[in-house]
Design a binder for this molecule. Structure first.
Ligand code: AMP
Ligand code: MG
Length: 400
């Protein structure tokens, strides 16, 4: 049986395709992956400008103590530029964001001065105070967002501030999903005795979309080898990644591995983890295939550990794994050595710093354990039972 880390490394070593780039409006760029190093076409801010509403002066005219009186020669709203230059003894009324006029190097906030007609009396202030310098945010020509970055709201704002209406991002990797099992019924349809409603296809669609992939839904396929073959072949022709759930265990109707052997190839089956042990990984044609376990928690977990990094690498992301932290176990946790266990946890800040509890019963079919959780608790292979007060690894959900 392969370890989680070895399985991940083995899969990622085979993921080389990077989806082609496409141009999208910046307004559509959220969560997309940047496909080129983004360089600033100019300095931001483009000119020295005022950080406050006040008076632009030359530092040579500022008194070192007491006060000095200057003559106000112009009013400068944001967006307008003063043509001339400030002469000694002069000041210019300036608004936040307006370029600092030639001859001035300091801005005195309006609440610190006294104005009488064209005269303004100013106190001492440090040279350069309240001036935002040209290029202090971004230097023209510099890479401001490296290729492979995921675009968050702040990146979109920065791109727009550079005057760019469009950006080059990676196309979304295409991911086909299907559920297997005679017992699995479509929500909204009637459920025969012994049937359960399909949850995996809906959790998995959400996971794929949250990871930046585009879903093609192949529905529910019964435990009939020929039907599975047809669907999987077609799926592999439309998608870079094919996901099934169910049918990878050791039961008589667990057909996925046999079908995979016939129409593609198995790379490995079974991972030393809990939940999620019966994961089957391989290829069908040019597609990466993941036979995820049927149990709802196990299918989500194996997605997070193996499929998400694959999608992220296909999309050219630089970071393939979310960060992990440590927290204090607030309760005893059962753990069998020799495998990596993933418990669903509730992480909160308490008397001992970051503390984590499990969500309660941890069966691999208990989907409410995922619903209640805000993190995974990761207990490594070599460890046994965890005592309260010991440190464990946690991986918060929805890391961004
Ligand atoms: P299997 O590996 O096919 O035997 O499935 C393991 C368990 O997961 C069984 O209890 C299945 O009923 C359940 N299961 C399989 N597929 C789904 C699905 N799409 N949604 C919810 N539960 C499922
Ligand atoms: Mg099944």
């Amino acid at each position: 049986m392969i370890s989680v880390a070895d399985g991940q490394a083995r899969i990622l070593a085979q993921v080389t395709t990077v989806t082609p780039p496409e141009l999208v409006p910046v307004s559509q760029g959220l969560s997309r992956v940047l496909a080129e190093d983004l360089r600033a076409p100019f300095d931001v801010p483009p000119a020295d400008n005022s950080a406050v509403d006040g008076y632009a002066v030359a530092s040579a005219d500022v008194p070192s103590d007491g006060s000095a009186t200057l003559r106000v020669i112009a009013d400068l709203p944001a967006g307008s530029v003063f043509d001339g230059a400030l002469a000694p003894g002069q000041a210019i009324r300036i608004m936040t964001g307006a370029p600092v006029p030639a001859g001035a190097d300091t801005v005195i906030p309006q609440e610190l001065v006294e104005r009488e007609g064209e005269r303004v009396t100013i106190p001492p202030i440090a040279k350069g105070a309240n001036v935002r310098l040209r290029g202090e945010d971004v230097t023209g020509g510099a890479v401001v967002i490296p290729s492979g970055s995921v675009l968050r709201p702040q990146e979109l704002g920065l791109i727009a501030s550079l005057g760019l209406p469009q950006i080059l991002v990676r196309q979304r990797p295409r991911v086909a999903i299907l559920s297997t099992g005679d017992e699995v019924a479509e929500p909204g349809e009637s459920r025969k005795p012994g049937q359960i409603y399909d949850s995996n296809r809906f959790s998995l669609r959400g996971l794929v979309e949250a990871a930046g992939g585009a879903v093609t839904d192949f529905g529910i396929v019964p435990d009939v080898p020929d039907e599975l073959k047809v669907q999987l072949r077609e799926a592999s022709q439309t998608a870079e990644v094919v996901l099934t759930s169910g049918g990878v265990s050791v039961g008589v109707y667990d057909l996925v591995k046999d079908v995979l052997r016939e129409i593609g190839g198995i790379d490995f089956w079974q991972v030393a983890m809990q939940p999620g042990r019966p994961l089957a990984v391989g290829r069908i044609g040019g597609s990466h295939f993941f036979g995820l376990p049927g149990n709802p928690v196990a299918s989500m977990l194996t997605f997070l550990l193996f499929v998400r990094p694959t999608i992220w690498k296909l999309a050219g992301r630089r970071e393939l794994f979310p960060p992990q932290f440590t927290a204090v176990a607030a309760e005893p946790m059962r753990k069998r050595t020799g495998r990596r266990e993933f418990k669903r946890g509730v992480l909160r800040f308490g008397a001992r710093g970051w503390e984590v509890n499990t969500t309660g019963p941890q069966g691999s079919g208990i989907l409410t354990s995922m619903v209640m959780a805000n993190c995974l608790i990761i207990v490594e292979e070599a460890r046994g039972d965890v005592k309260p007060g010991e440190t464990v690894l946690v991986e918060p959900f929805e890391w961004f």
